[in-house]
Design a protein around this ligand. Structure first.
Ligand code: MRU
Length: 352
């Protein structure tokens, strides 16, 4: 199966539902869910049925469009006020990936900026805006893929963490986009090491699944094997995604990413972050300002085990993301090009 045919989040053919691939069932089952209610979409984002920063943004944009579609009023002020309430609900589903609030702000801005129009026209504009967010995401991933490919050589070993592939975006992914670009260019000998990514196993369940399906030489490693894999000289470059990048280049990504960055620095391996502009938050100056999602302890103690693996009542920390310091980053691969330090200046030059 070609993983690029999978749709992480799209509007149904009749335009009345958000269709998501339920990623909690992968790799065992490819099952699509058709969602219409804001509460269902909030649940799907919170439960990681749809996940990955850009895909969450696309899902939220369509979620807000569907909320608008369901509003039975011709009164523009009532319409806008109910729309804002739906946006608040969607925005509360996950805190770290800025793509969520970015997409919702863009949607609300479209409605508010055209508030003089009749409600029916506002609904059409919202549909167009959500489609644009999705289409732009595909184009952005393509561009990241092209710039990233320029950093690779045939035969390279790439290490990645979590899943920043086609499943995490509208298509192609960010950290995996260069791998798809290499495949399109006829390269057959890249090797990718996927960290399994405890506790939710996005690397094992999703990255290994999509890369293996694409015919890439894929090796799954436990998170604590990354150092040994690097020490053996198997890794030429690290490519990861991100959920929020601050103006100074500090960034949040899946828990464990900062450890990978520290290892890469230790072994002298280039560490690149693949970052669409929708994930760059110039309003935050440094990583301490990024809100980090805390998830339920059961994800650590029992979720992927046949039996609970930890004693009852043990204290558990389960931050879903960590912050990597900008000084550990070689460069950010964006759709505008590769940003090198000082990142603040480079981001501003790119117009972010
Ligand atoms: O909790 P998740 O699975 O949504 O976390 C996803 C990540 O950390 C990804 O690396 C990030 O969102 C970038 S996806 C292109």
């Amino acid at each position: 199966m070609d993983p690029l045919t999978l749709e992480s989040a799209a509007l149904s053919a009749d335009g009345r539902a958000l269709v998501i691939l339920d990623q909690t069932l992968l790799p065992g089952e490819v099952k699509y869910l058709s969602l219409t209610e804001t509460d269902e979409i909030v649940e799907a984002i919170r439960a990681l049925r749809v996940r990955g920063a850009p895909a969450i943004g696309v899902a939220a944009a369509y979620g807000l469009y569907l909320a608008a579609l369901g509003l039975d009023t011709e009164d523009r002020e009532n319409f806008l006020s109910s729309l804002r309430q739906a946006a608040d609900k969607l925005n509360a589903s996950r805190p770290t990936a800025v793509n969520l609030s970015w997409a919702l702000a863009r949607m609300l801005g479209t409605a508010e900026g055209n508030r003089a129009l009749p409600v029916a026209e506002l609904k059409s504009l919202l549909r167009r805006e959500a489609d644009a967010i999705r289409e732009e995401d595909i184009a952005i991933s393509r561009a990241i893929g092209r710039f990233g490919l320029g950093l690779l050589r045939p035969g390279d070993g790439i290490l990645t963490h979590c899943n920043a592939g086609t499943l995490a975006t509208a298509k192609y992914g960010t950290a995996l986009a260069p791998v798809y670009a290499a495949l399109e260019a006829g390269w057959t000998d890249l090797r990718v090491y996927c960290d399994e990514t405890r506790p939710l196993l996005q690397g094992a369940r999703l990255t290994a699944f999509e890369l293996q399906s694409a015919g890439v030489d894929t090796t799954l490693i436990c998170d604590n094997m990354a150092s040994a894999t690097m020490a053996k000289g198997k890794v030429d470059i690290v490519l990861v995604g991100c959920d929020r990048v601050c103006a100074n280049g500090d960034f949040a990504n899946k828990i464990g990413t900062s450890g990978v960055a520290i290892l890469a620095r230790h072994y002298g391996i280039p560490f690149y972050v693949c970052a669409p502009s929708s994930t760059i938050d110039m309003s935050l100056s440094c990583g301490e300002e990024i809100p980090i999602e805390e998830r339920p302890p059961e994800e650590v103690t029992e979720l992927w085990y046949a039996h609970r693996m930890a004693p009852e009542r043990v204290k558990v920390d389960n931050p879903a993301f960590d912050v990597t310091a900008h000084r550990l980053v070689t460069g950010f691969i964006t759709e505008k090009g590769i940003a090198y330090p000082p990142f603040d200046k480079a981001f501003r030059e790119f117009g972010f």
